[in-house]
Ligand binder design. Structure first.
Ligand SMILES: *[C@@H]1O[C@H](CO)[C@@H](O)[C@H](O)[C@H]1NC(C)=O
Ligand SMILES: *[C@@H]1O[C@H](CO)[C@@H](O)[C@H](O)[C@H]1NC(C)=O
Length: 353
């Protein structure tokens, strides 16, 4: 009697241990973002388009970058924060079964100046409701204190209402990558959105290790692409001996670098470890190049002209346009509604800023 009870208890314990182990393991594989090369190449095209300054061509998806793998995309909201020189769009890619939110990098000064300033950015803002998480205020406010946040959240909600549960792909390059991450965190934590997936290109560090770990908990499905000697992912600096006080990247980095054999050069795409600061990825080289920052997968990620927040918009988009008291512009339309751009109308573009 006693013995069989003991045996049963033991058996139960074993079962518990086994199933507990399995649960933990399942959760682990669940949280491992899978790098998809094909998707990354499509998303970098979407990211290049957000650098377009001709709002008509962008809104009607007829720009030179709105072709090829991104054909058939439907923008439902284009947000231009003229005050802070920021730009983002939200739209639906039916072939990917996804809503795409794309953020542009900084355009305000020369890229060289912006990169140099990154070095000095302090961890100066406690991230709300996440004890011990700290970020640089500039990254946080560029999304939270501008027209971008209400514009993006509203558009994503509208798209979901029409198309139902789609994947939510949030992307950004450079400063736009930092905003993409902060936006994805906001959508997940404050707007209860599921299936949020982030891909960033040449993104700077945003916050400390506590922030990185909250971020990974809420937005595990994140791929952070870095390229060769791109300086920006090395900034603001990481000091491995001051883990409490230093900036810290979140995972999962994918480092693109070239291997050359004489005239034969090919690109390796290294999927890095879970730490966020894999010493064998981009950290294994000097961050010494601005040029490597501006080209990902062979795609140019910059506006035609720097140092300008020039906005060009055609008159026939007036009915889709809202301008606030500060001059910020939102172009918005219902999902499913097609805006045609005719050459004649496009020819009449006017400078509205
Ligand atoms: C990678 O992404 C592409 C484009 O969305 C998709 O067609 C393909 O099935 C994906 N591959 C894997 C292995 O998930
Ligand atoms: C938030 O934005 C407003 C308006 O642009 C500005 O006056 C204020 O200083 C900003 N706050 C922060 C903390 O950046």
């Amino acid at each position: 009697m006693e013995q069989s009870r003991l045996l049963r208890t033991l058996l139960l314990l074993c079962l518990l241990v086994v199933s507990f182990g399995r649960v933990i393991k399942l959760k682990h594989t669940d949280e491992l973002p899978v790098y998809n090369h094909t998707l990354a190449k499509i998303l970098v095209e979407y990211n290049a388009a957000v650098y377009e300054s001709d709002l008509t061509e962008l809104f009607t998806w007829t720009c030179s970058r709105c072709n090829g793998m991104t054909k058939g995309f439907e923008i439902i909201e284009l947000i231009v924060d003229v005050q802070h020189c920021l730009q983002a769009y939200v739209g639906v890619a039916k072939d990917l079964n996804a809503i795409i939110v794309a953020f542009r990098g900084t355009q305000e000064h020369s890229i060289q100046n912006w990169v140099e300033d990154l070095y000095w950015k302090q961890l100066d803002l406690d991230y709300p409701d996440m004890p011990e998480a700290m970020v640089h205020h500039g990254f946080y406010y560029a999304y939270h204190n501008t027209t971008l946040r209400p514009g993006v959240v509203d558009a994503v909600k509208r798209a979901k209402k029409v198309f139902g549960e789609l994947d939510l792909l949030v992307i950004g390059h450079s400063m736009g990558g930092a905003m993409a991450a902060i936006c994805a965190l906001d959508l997940t934590v404050h707007h209860d959105m599921r299936n949020v997936k982030v891909t960033t290109f040449g993104q700077p560090r945003i916050g400390n290790e506590a922030f990185a770990s909250y971020y990974t908990h809420f937005v595990p499905n994140t791929i952070r692409v870095t390229h060769e000697h791109d300086m920006v992912p090395h900034l603001p600096p990481y000091y491995p001996y001051f883990r409490q006080k230093t900036y810290h990247h979140f995972p999962r980095e994918v480092w693109l670098y070239n291997i050359g054999f004489g005239s034969l050069v090919y690109t390796v795409e290294k999927v890095c470890d879970r730490s966020g600061e894999d010493p064998s990825c981009s950290r294994s080289v000097m961050g010494s190049s601005v040029l490597d920052h501006l080209v990902y997968y062979g795609v140019n990620l910059q506006a035609e002209t720097w140092n300008s927040c020039r906005i060009v918009s055609g008159p026939h988009l007036v009915r889709f346009t809202t301008t606030d008291h500060a001059g910020n512009i939102i172009l918005s339309k219902d999902p499913g509604f097609t805006v045609h751009s005719r050459g004649a109308v496009l020819g009449e573009t006017a400078n509205v800023s």
